[in-house]
Design a protein around this ligand. Structure first.
Ligand code: ZN
Ligand code: ZN
Length: 184
């Protein structure tokens, strides 16, 4: 029997401004990298409990959990990959911020667009650069879902970004060893 084709659902959180990024295009571009079918799901409310008052940031794990809970019948089999997307600034324990987070076991990831905008770093708006960064972060998190760990090579998409410079330096592609380890 042929394995069922897996789907990727991009799930916008309610904060996301429609005009910020063409989500359908992002969904299909990310999905294509892994040979998946990409679609955009209905938006999800921001989980209030994910807000950290002291940090003024949202817990990446909190949003990831909310995305995981949205896995319902219309999304088909549990093999579908879910990718939450928000404009809110995300954090994880012991880190100032994170660009994204993935849970391979749940096949769910979340990315934040907050620090991908050139304006965040004092630059001029640059929609092309912004989209490219979003695509890179999405591919990186899906790489985790498909079994990849962080990679030492600075030009590999699986290199860990601790700054936007890291994100800009790495390519959208996987290095040769990482490519061989992708487990779809
Ligand atoms: Zn990572
Ligand atoms: Zn690599």
């Amino acid at each position: 029997m042929e394995a069922a084709r897996r789907n990727l659902f991009l799930i916008p959180f309610a904060d996301l401004d429609d005009g910020l990024l063409p989500l359908r295009e992002l969904a299909s571009d990310v999905a294509a990298v892994f040979g998946l079918d990409g679609a955009v799901a209905a938006s999800l409310p921001i989980p209030a409990e994910a807000f950290d008052r002291r940090r003024h940031q949202y817990s990446a794990a909190g949003l990831l959990t909310a995305a995981a809970r949205s896995r319902v019948a219309p999304m088909g089999p549990p093999t579908a990959v879910l990718l939450g997307i928000t404009g809110l600034d995300l954090f994880a324990p012991r880190l100032n911020f994170v660009f994204g987070m993935a849970d391979a076991g749940l096949a769910v990831a979340v990315i934040s667009l907050c620090r991908l905008r050139p304006e965040f770093h004092g630059g001029d708006p640059d929609p092309r650069l912004f989209r490219q960064r979003a695509l890179k972060e999405a591919i990186h998190e899906l790489g985790h879902i498909f079994g990849l760990a962080h990679c030492d090579r600075q030009d590999c998409i699986m290199h860990f970004s601790t700054s936007i410079q890291d994100t800009d330096r790495k390519g959208p592609g996987f290095c040769h060893p990482c490519t061989g380890r992708i487990n779809l």
